[in-house]
Ligand binder design. Structure first.
Ligand code: ADP
Ligand code: MG
Length: 291
């Protein structure tokens, strides 16, 4: 039989756009000592706008760089992709055809355009592949930390595109609520160090990890658990499934993929961090009523 209080909690939950798949994990909210948030779309809005772009290839104009990038990104669901497509649309550019699209897990995307294999990825991918970063791609003249991505062909950079995303207005309160409850708030993101630091400073997080791959997210959780921490993790993508499984409380957020939702203990329709904070406090309260 389902305990009455738990049954009431579950129906209360349904109204808040949340599905509790593993009630034990939910009731364990009281043990929570660390929560790891992903950045894009959870602590930030996940709505990227292009701020700067530049071709460093003499055969390619700046606008052609955007058109080329838009061609590849037209196959991607990532918030970076919509930012680039919006830019191409506002410039009224003709987008070339592309084929053989593939995700480079947690790092970028790739496709064939005009028969040439073309990659779009962040700075981590450049250093990993030993590709030289073009000068001026990171600007110091911008307040807002930017996400910079590179268009790459045959191991050389054709150009770069900088985008900005905004911190959600609700994030600061949510972080504070959790911290006041004795929970450490840490961010893990595949995005670059500068962006991660800016978000972490603004939200006064207890720590952050930048440039991390989906596997890194799992090992970060494992290390914390080995030190005796009880860890919750939020995630949205297919990539996040292993980390959600590793966490003591895995929370799939947003329009999250089926894979993420199937691995998670809790599924939240909104990726609003305030909902996550109240869910955790609610889990603690539910336990108190049950004992
Ligand atoms: P987060 O951990 O913040 O959710 P992701 O894992 O979604 O970030 O992406 C990590 C990084 O991979 C991005 O910051 C970007 O550098 C690169 N990337 C992922 N998807 C794309 C894409 N569609 N276009 C360009 N770069 C991408
Ligand atoms: Mg993501």
């Amino acid at each position: 039989a389902i305990p009455l209080v738990a049954a009431i909690s579950t129906s209360h939950s349904a109204k808040h756009g949340l599905l509790i798949r593993n009630r034990t994990a939910f009731e364990n909210a009281r043990k929570l000592s660390v929560i790891i948030f992903d950045k894009t779309g959870t602590l930030t809005k996940g709505e990227f706008g292009v701020t700067r772009f530049k071709s460093v290839d003499e055969k390619l104009s700046d606008d052609e760089l955007i058109a080329l990038a838009a061609s590849i990104e037209s196959h991607s669901e990532h918030p970076i992709a919509s930012g680039i497509l919006k830019k191409a649309e506002s410039l009224d550019l003709t987008i070339p055809n592309s084929s053989d699209f593939e995700n480079i897990t947690g790092k970028g995307v790739q496709a064939k355009v005009d028969g040439q294999s073309t990659i779009i990825a962040g700075p981590g991918y450049l250093s990993e592949q030993g590709i030289e970063e073009p000068e001026g791609s990171f600007g110091s003249d911008h307040d807002e930390a930017e996400t910079v991505i590179y268009v790459i062909r045959e191991k050389s950079v054709l150009g770069y595109i900088a985008l900005a995303d905004e911190i959600r207005p609700e994030s600061a309160d949510a972080v504070k609520t959790l911290q006041d409850d004795g929970i450490k708030v840490i961010m893990a993101t595949g995005d670059n160090e500068e962006v991660a630091k800016a978000v972490s400073d603004k939200l006064q997080l207890d720590g952050y990890h930048a440039g991390v791959s989906p596997e890194d997210k799992s090992s970060i959780i494992k290390e914390l658990q080995d030190k005796g921490e009880f860890v919750a993790m939020t995630g949205d993508g297919v990539n996040d499934a292993p980390a959600l499984a590793q966490a003591d409380i895995g929370i799939a957020v947003g329009s999250g993929t089926d894979v993420a939702a199937e691995t998670a203990d809790i599924v939240l329709v909104n990726s609003n961090p305030e909902d996550i904070a109240s869910l955790i406090l609610f889990g603690e309260a539910t336990h108190k009523k049950m004992v």
